[in-house]
Write a protein that binds this ligand. Sequence first.
Ligand SMILES: Nc1ncnc2c1ncn2[C@@H]1O[C@H](COP(=O)(O)OP(=O)(O)O)[C@@H](O)[C@H]1O
Ligand SMILES: [Mg+2]
Length: 340
Amino acid sequence: MSDEAPLLQVRDLRTHFGTGDCAVRAVNGVDLSIGRGEVLGIVGESGCGKTVLALSILRLVDAPGRIVSGQVLFDGQDVLAMRSRALTALRGRDIAMIFQQPKASLDPVMRIGHQIAEPLRLRGGRSRTDAWREAVELLGAVGIPNPEEKARAYPHEISGGQAQRVMIATALALRPRLLIADEPTTALDVTVQAQILELLRERCRALGTALILVTHDIGVIAQMADRVAVMYAGRVVENAPVGQILGDPAHPYTRGLMRSAPVMGAVQKRLQEIPGGIPDLTRPLRGCAFAPRCDGRREAGPARCDGQTPPPFMPSPGREARCWLQGSAPAAQPAPPGWS
Ligand SMILES: Nc1ncnc2c1ncn2[C@@H]1O[C@H](COP(=O)(O)OP(=O)(O)O)[C@@H](O)[C@H]1O
Ligand SMILES: [Mg+2]
Protein backbone atom coordinates (compact mmCIF):
# COMPACT_ATOMS: atom_id res chain seq x y z
CA MET A 1 0.00 0.00 0.00
CA SER A 2 1.11 3.54 -0.56
CA ASP A 3 1.94 5.64 2.47
CA GLU A 4 -0.90 8.00 1.63
CA ALA A 5 -3.57 5.35 2.16
CA PRO A 6 -5.13 5.44 5.62
CA LEU A 7 -3.86 2.83 8.07
CA LEU A 8 -7.39 1.75 8.94
CA GLN A 9 -10.61 2.35 7.06
CA VAL A 10 -14.03 1.38 8.32
CA ARG A 11 -16.86 1.57 5.82
CA ASP A 12 -20.56 1.37 6.59
CA LEU A 13 -19.92 -1.12 9.38
CA ARG A 14 -22.95 -2.68 11.06
CA THR A 15 -22.87 -4.93 14.10
CA HIS A 16 -26.13 -6.23 15.53
CA PHE A 17 -27.03 -8.34 18.55
CA GLY A 18 -29.76 -10.80 17.70
CA THR A 19 -31.78 -10.90 14.52
CA GLY A 20 -35.04 -9.67 13.09
CA ASP A 21 -37.21 -7.09 14.77
CA CYS A 22 -35.52 -7.39 18.17
CA ALA A 23 -31.94 -6.91 16.91
CA VAL A 24 -29.95 -4.29 18.82
CA ARG A 25 -28.26 -2.21 16.14
CA ALA A 26 -25.21 -1.37 18.27
CA VAL A 27 -23.09 -0.25 15.32
CA ASN A 28 -25.34 1.02 12.59
CA GLY A 29 -23.36 2.22 9.57
CA VAL A 30 -20.04 3.59 10.81
CA ASP A 31 -17.52 5.18 8.47
CA LEU A 32 -14.13 6.32 9.71
CA SER A 33 -10.46 6.22 8.95
CA ILE A 34 -7.23 6.72 10.83
CA GLY A 35 -3.85 7.68 9.41
CA ARG A 36 -0.44 6.32 10.37
CA GLY A 37 0.65 7.55 13.80
CA GLU A 38 -2.58 9.51 14.22
CA VAL A 39 -4.58 9.71 17.47
CA LEU A 40 -8.29 9.31 16.77
CA GLY A 41 -10.65 9.93 19.68
CA ILE A 42 -14.05 8.21 19.64
CA VAL A 43 -16.42 9.92 22.02
CA GLY A 44 -20.08 9.51 22.93
CA GLU A 45 -22.39 8.72 25.83
CA SER A 46 -22.49 5.32 27.41
CA GLY A 47 -24.37 2.82 25.24
CA CYS A 48 -23.79 4.52 21.91
CA GLY A 49 -21.72 1.66 20.46
CA LYS A 50 -18.10 2.65 21.08
CA THR A 51 -17.00 -0.66 22.61
CA VAL A 52 -18.86 -2.75 20.06
CA LEU A 53 -17.21 -0.71 17.29
CA ALA A 54 -13.76 -1.22 18.82
CA LEU A 55 -14.37 -4.96 19.17
CA SER A 56 -15.80 -5.18 15.65
CA ILE A 57 -12.60 -3.76 14.15
CA LEU A 58 -10.74 -6.78 15.54
CA ARG A 59 -13.66 -9.17 14.99
CA LEU A 60 -13.84 -9.79 18.72
CA VAL A 61 -17.62 -9.45 19.10
CA ASP A 62 -19.10 -12.54 20.74
CA ALA A 63 -22.42 -14.15 19.84
CA PRO A 64 -25.23 -13.12 19.73
CA GLY A 65 -23.31 -10.15 18.31
CA ARG A 66 -22.57 -10.32 14.61
CA ILE A 67 -21.03 -8.05 12.00
CA VAL A 68 -23.81 -7.95 9.44
CA SER A 69 -22.21 -5.77 6.79
CA GLY A 70 -19.52 -3.27 5.98
CA GLN A 71 -15.78 -3.27 5.51
CA VAL A 72 -12.73 -3.00 7.74
CA LEU A 73 -9.51 -2.40 5.81
CA PHE A 74 -6.21 -2.46 7.68
CA ASP A 75 -3.39 -1.26 5.47
CA GLY A 76 -5.57 -2.29 2.54
CA GLN A 77 -6.19 -5.81 3.88
CA ASP A 78 -9.80 -6.85 4.26
CA VAL A 79 -10.05 -7.79 7.95
CA LEU A 80 -13.58 -9.16 7.71
CA ALA A 81 -12.48 -11.63 5.02
CA MET A 82 -9.33 -12.80 6.82
CA ARG A 83 -8.82 -16.47 7.67
CA SER A 84 -8.16 -17.26 11.30
CA ARG A 85 -4.39 -17.49 10.89
CA ALA A 86 -4.07 -14.03 9.33
CA LEU A 87 -6.47 -12.68 11.93
CA THR A 88 -4.39 -14.08 14.79
CA ALA A 89 -1.28 -12.49 13.31
CA LEU A 90 -3.09 -9.18 12.89
CA ARG A 91 -4.27 -9.19 16.51
CA GLY A 92 -0.96 -10.26 17.94
CA ARG A 93 1.32 -8.09 15.90
CA ASP A 94 -0.34 -5.23 14.03
CA ILE A 95 -3.27 -4.15 16.17
CA ALA A 96 -3.27 -4.30 19.97
CA MET A 97 -6.09 -3.46 22.34
CA ILE A 98 -6.35 -2.41 25.96
CA PHE A 99 -9.48 -2.26 28.07
CA GLN A 100 -11.08 -0.40 30.93
CA GLN A 101 -10.32 -2.96 33.64
CA PRO A 102 -6.58 -3.62 33.47
CA LYS A 103 -6.60 -6.17 36.28
CA ALA A 104 -9.26 -8.24 34.55
CA SER A 105 -7.00 -8.42 31.49
CA LEU A 106 -4.00 -9.70 33.45
CA ASP A 107 -3.58 -13.37 34.32
CA PRO A 108 -3.79 -13.45 38.14
CA VAL A 109 -1.41 -16.39 38.52
CA MET A 110 1.34 -15.20 36.18
CA ARG A 111 4.16 -12.84 37.17
CA ILE A 112 3.75 -9.56 35.32
CA GLY A 113 7.17 -9.83 33.74
CA HIS A 114 6.09 -13.12 32.16
CA GLN A 115 2.89 -11.57 30.81
CA ILE A 116 4.99 -9.09 28.86
CA ALA A 117 7.69 -11.62 27.96
CA GLU A 118 5.34 -14.32 26.61
CA PRO A 119 4.25 -12.52 23.42
CA LEU A 120 7.84 -11.38 22.86
CA ARG A 121 8.92 -15.01 22.96
CA LEU A 122 6.00 -16.62 21.15
CA ARG A 123 5.30 -14.05 18.47
CA GLY A 124 8.44 -11.93 18.54
CA GLY A 125 10.89 -14.84 18.35
CA ARG A 126 12.98 -13.79 21.38
CA SER A 127 14.73 -16.32 23.57
CA ARG A 128 13.46 -16.78 27.11
CA THR A 129 16.30 -14.71 28.60
CA ASP A 130 16.04 -11.92 26.03
CA ALA A 131 12.28 -11.74 26.39
CA TRP A 132 12.56 -11.40 30.18
CA ARG A 133 15.23 -8.72 29.90
CA GLU A 134 13.15 -6.79 27.38
CA ALA A 135 10.07 -7.11 29.60
CA VAL A 136 11.99 -5.51 32.45
CA GLU A 137 13.10 -2.69 30.13
CA LEU A 138 9.54 -2.17 28.96
CA LEU A 139 8.30 -1.98 32.56
CA GLY A 140 10.88 0.74 33.15
CA ALA A 141 9.75 2.55 29.97
CA VAL A 142 6.14 2.68 31.20
CA GLY A 143 7.24 4.21 34.50
CA ILE A 144 7.13 1.21 36.84
CA PRO A 145 9.67 1.83 39.62
CA ASN A 146 12.17 -0.97 40.41
CA PRO A 147 11.17 -2.83 37.25
CA GLU A 148 13.43 -5.78 37.93
CA GLU A 149 11.72 -6.46 41.21
CA LYS A 150 8.21 -5.58 39.96
CA ALA A 151 8.57 -7.98 37.04
CA ARG A 152 8.36 -10.79 39.63
CA ALA A 153 5.16 -9.44 41.20
CA TYR A 154 1.69 -10.88 40.63
CA PRO A 155 -1.22 -8.68 39.48
CA HIS A 156 -2.79 -8.52 42.99
CA GLU A 157 0.43 -6.96 44.30
CA ILE A 158 0.22 -3.87 42.09
CA SER A 159 -2.19 -0.93 41.92
CA GLY A 160 -4.79 -0.32 39.19
CA GLY A 161 -2.65 2.42 37.68
CA GLN A 162 0.40 0.16 37.61
CA ALA A 163 -1.71 -2.63 36.09
CA GLN A 164 -2.73 -0.29 33.27
CA ARG A 165 0.95 0.59 32.77
CA VAL A 166 1.66 -3.13 32.50
CA MET A 167 -1.15 -3.50 29.94
CA ILE A 168 0.31 -0.64 27.91
CA ALA A 169 3.76 -2.25 28.05
CA THR A 170 2.28 -5.60 26.94
CA ALA A 171 0.18 -4.07 24.17
CA LEU A 172 3.09 -2.09 22.76
CA ALA A 173 5.81 -4.74 23.26
CA LEU A 174 5.70 -5.87 19.63
CA ARG A 175 5.37 -2.31 18.31
CA PRO A 176 1.93 -2.65 16.75
CA ARG A 177 0.90 -0.12 14.14
CA LEU A 178 -2.43 0.52 15.82
CA LEU A 179 -3.47 0.47 19.47
CA ILE A 180 -7.15 0.54 20.36
CA ALA A 181 -7.66 1.75 23.94
CA ASP A 182 -11.23 1.43 25.24
CA GLU A 183 -11.80 3.79 28.20
CA PRO A 184 -8.28 3.02 29.46
CA THR A 185 -8.45 5.39 32.43
CA THR A 186 -12.13 5.26 33.40
CA ALA A 187 -11.56 2.75 36.21
CA LEU A 188 -8.55 4.60 37.66
CA ASP A 189 -8.18 7.30 40.31
CA VAL A 190 -8.52 10.80 38.89
CA THR A 191 -4.96 11.62 39.97
CA VAL A 192 -3.59 8.69 37.96
CA GLN A 193 -5.71 9.22 34.82
CA ALA A 194 -3.72 12.12 33.39
CA GLN A 195 -0.42 10.30 33.94
CA ILE A 196 -1.65 7.20 32.13
CA LEU A 197 -2.97 9.24 29.21
CA GLU A 198 0.32 11.07 28.95
CA LEU A 199 2.15 7.76 29.01
CA LEU A 200 -0.08 6.36 26.26
CA ARG A 201 0.52 9.37 24.07
CA GLU A 202 4.27 9.43 24.68
CA ARG A 203 4.74 5.68 24.03
CA CYS A 204 2.57 5.68 20.89
CA ARG A 205 4.40 8.70 19.55
CA ALA A 206 7.80 7.14 20.29
CA LEU A 207 6.84 3.96 18.40
CA GLY A 208 4.87 5.64 15.59
CA THR A 209 1.81 3.66 16.69
CA ALA A 210 -1.58 5.07 15.73
CA LEU A 211 -4.08 5.22 18.60
CA ILE A 212 -7.84 4.89 18.68
CA LEU A 213 -8.86 6.22 22.05
CA VAL A 214 -12.41 5.40 23.06
CA THR A 215 -13.88 7.55 25.82
CA HIS A 216 -17.11 9.11 27.10
CA ASP A 217 -15.06 12.08 28.32
CA ILE A 218 -14.57 14.95 25.93
CA GLY A 219 -11.90 16.37 28.29
CA VAL A 220 -9.75 13.31 27.53
CA ILE A 221 -10.24 13.96 23.82
CA ALA A 222 -9.09 17.56 24.25
CA GLN A 223 -5.91 16.36 25.90
CA MET A 224 -5.09 13.54 23.51
CA ALA A 225 -6.64 13.43 20.07
CA ASP A 226 -5.64 14.75 16.65
CA ARG A 227 -9.04 13.93 15.18
CA VAL A 228 -12.38 13.11 16.78
CA ALA A 229 -15.28 10.91 15.77
CA VAL A 230 -18.42 11.65 17.79
CA MET A 231 -20.73 8.62 18.05
CA TYR A 232 -24.43 8.63 18.66
CA ALA A 233 -26.77 5.62 18.53
CA GLY A 234 -24.34 3.44 16.59
CA ARG A 235 -23.29 6.09 14.07
CA VAL A 236 -20.56 8.69 13.70
CA VAL A 237 -22.42 12.01 13.65
CA GLU A 238 -19.41 14.32 13.48
CA ASN A 239 -15.81 13.72 12.45
CA ALA A 240 -13.27 16.53 12.47
CA PRO A 241 -9.83 17.66 13.65
CA VAL A 242 -9.90 18.17 17.43
CA GLY A 243 -9.37 21.94 17.27
CA GLN A 244 -12.43 22.39 15.06
CA ILE A 245 -14.63 20.18 17.21
CA LEU A 246 -13.69 21.93 20.44
CA GLY A 247 -13.67 25.43 18.98
CA ASP A 248 -16.76 25.19 16.83
CA PRO A 249 -18.76 21.98 17.12
CA ALA A 250 -20.99 21.48 14.09
CA HIS A 251 -23.41 18.88 15.45
CA PRO A 252 -25.92 19.73 18.20
CA TYR A 253 -25.01 16.47 19.93
CA THR A 254 -21.34 17.46 20.07
CA ARG A 255 -22.37 20.81 21.54
CA GLY A 256 -24.44 19.00 24.13
CA LEU A 257 -21.53 16.75 25.06
CA MET A 258 -19.33 19.78 25.55
CA ARG A 259 -21.88 21.56 27.72
CA SER A 260 -22.14 18.48 29.93
CA ALA A 261 -18.36 18.05 30.40
CA PRO A 262 -16.39 19.53 33.26
CA VAL A 263 -13.53 21.63 31.94
CA MET A 264 -10.24 20.95 33.65
CA GLY A 265 -8.52 23.99 35.13
CA ALA A 266 -11.43 26.35 34.43
CA VAL A 267 -13.76 27.88 36.98
CA GLN A 268 -16.49 25.26 37.26
CA LYS A 269 -19.43 26.25 35.14
CA ARG A 270 -22.84 24.74 35.71
CA LEU A 271 -22.92 21.55 33.75
CA GLN A 272 -25.92 20.92 31.56
CA GLU A 273 -27.00 17.38 30.98
CA ILE A 274 -28.37 16.65 27.52
CA PRO A 275 -32.09 16.15 28.18
CA GLY A 276 -33.55 12.75 27.31
CA GLY A 277 -31.75 9.49 26.70
CA ILE A 278 -30.31 7.52 23.82
CA PRO A 279 -32.89 5.89 21.56
CA ASP A 280 -33.98 2.29 21.62
CA LEU A 281 -31.47 0.62 19.32
CA THR A 282 -33.89 -2.18 18.44
CA ARG A 283 -36.08 0.28 16.53
CA PRO A 284 -35.09 0.98 12.92
CA LEU A 285 -33.86 4.54 12.59
CA ARG A 286 -36.00 6.92 10.66
CA GLY A 287 -34.52 10.38 10.35
CA CYS A 288 -31.77 11.64 12.61
CA ALA A 289 -31.38 9.53 15.77
CA PHE A 290 -30.66 12.65 17.82
CA ALA A 291 -33.73 14.58 16.64
CA PRO A 292 -35.93 13.88 19.71
CA ARG A 293 -33.30 15.52 21.97
CA CYS A 294 -32.10 18.19 19.57
CA ASP A 295 -32.37 21.92 20.14
CA GLY A 296 -31.73 22.56 16.42
CA ARG A 297 -34.58 20.36 15.19
CA ARG A 298 -37.05 23.20 14.84
CA GLU A 299 -34.58 25.33 12.92
CA ALA A 300 -33.53 22.57 10.53
CA GLY A 301 -37.13 21.48 9.92
CA PRO A 302 -38.78 18.78 12.04
CA ALA A 303 -40.19 16.97 9.02
CA ARG A 304 -36.73 16.50 7.62
CA CYS A 305 -35.00 15.71 10.94
CA ASP A 306 -37.63 13.13 11.86
CA GLY A 307 -38.05 11.69 8.40
CA GLN A 308 -34.70 11.47 6.62
CA THR A 309 -31.32 10.32 7.89
CA PRO A 310 -28.83 13.12 7.28
CA PRO A 311 -26.03 12.19 4.89
CA PRO A 312 -22.48 13.36 5.65
CA PHE A 313 -22.35 17.09 4.98
CA MET A 314 -18.96 18.78 4.86
CA PRO A 315 -19.14 22.14 6.66
CA SER A 316 -15.44 22.60 5.83
CA PRO A 317 -12.68 20.49 4.25
CA GLY A 318 -11.64 17.51 6.37
CA ARG A 319 -14.76 17.71 8.47
CA GLU A 320 -18.10 15.90 8.31
CA ALA A 321 -21.33 16.32 10.23
CA ARG A 322 -24.48 14.32 9.73
CA CYS A 323 -26.94 17.06 10.61
CA TRP A 324 -29.59 18.77 8.51
CA LEU A 325 -28.50 22.13 9.95
CA GLN A 326 -25.36 21.73 7.84
CA GLY A 327 -27.23 20.90 4.65
CA SER A 328 -28.14 23.90 2.57
CA ALA A 329 -29.51 21.90 -0.36
CA PRO A 330 -30.77 18.67 1.13
CA ALA A 331 -32.88 17.65 -1.83
CA ALA A 332 -29.79 17.61 -4.06
CA GLN A 333 -27.86 15.51 -1.54
CA PRO A 334 -29.24 11.98 -1.66
CA ALA A 335 -28.14 9.70 1.14
CA PRO A 336 -25.35 7.32 0.08
CA PRO A 337 -26.26 3.64 -0.34
CA GLY A 338 -26.85 1.95 2.97
CA TRP A 339 -28.19 5.07 4.68
CA SER A 340 -31.79 4.64 5.51
N1 LIG B 1 -23.64 -8.82 24.41
C1 LIG B 1 -24.58 -7.91 24.12
N2 LIG B 1 -25.85 -8.30 23.91
C2 LIG B 1 -26.82 -7.42 23.59
N3 LIG B 1 -26.62 -6.10 23.45
C3 LIG B 1 -25.37 -5.65 23.65
C4 LIG B 1 -24.28 -6.51 23.99
N4 LIG B 1 -23.15 -5.77 24.11
C5 LIG B 1 -23.53 -4.50 23.86
N5 LIG B 1 -24.84 -4.42 23.58
C6 LIG B 1 -25.61 -3.21 23.28
O1 LIG B 1 -24.96 -2.49 22.27
C7 LIG B 1 -25.10 -1.10 22.51
C8 LIG B 1 -23.75 -0.43 22.49
O2 LIG B 1 -22.98 -0.88 23.59
P1 LIG B 1 -21.48 -0.44 23.82
O3 LIG B 1 -20.72 -0.55 22.55
O4 LIG B 1 -20.98 -1.24 24.97
O5 LIG B 1 -21.63 1.09 24.23
P2 LIG B 1 -20.51 2.09 24.76
O6 LIG B 1 -19.19 1.38 24.74
O7 LIG B 1 -20.56 3.26 23.85
O8 LIG B 1 -20.94 2.45 26.15
C9 LIG B 1 -25.83 -0.96 23.83
O9 LIG B 1 -27.19 -0.73 23.57
C10 LIG B 1 -25.64 -2.30 24.47
O10 LIG B 1 -26.71 -2.58 25.32
MG1 LIG C 1 -17.84 1.01 26.27
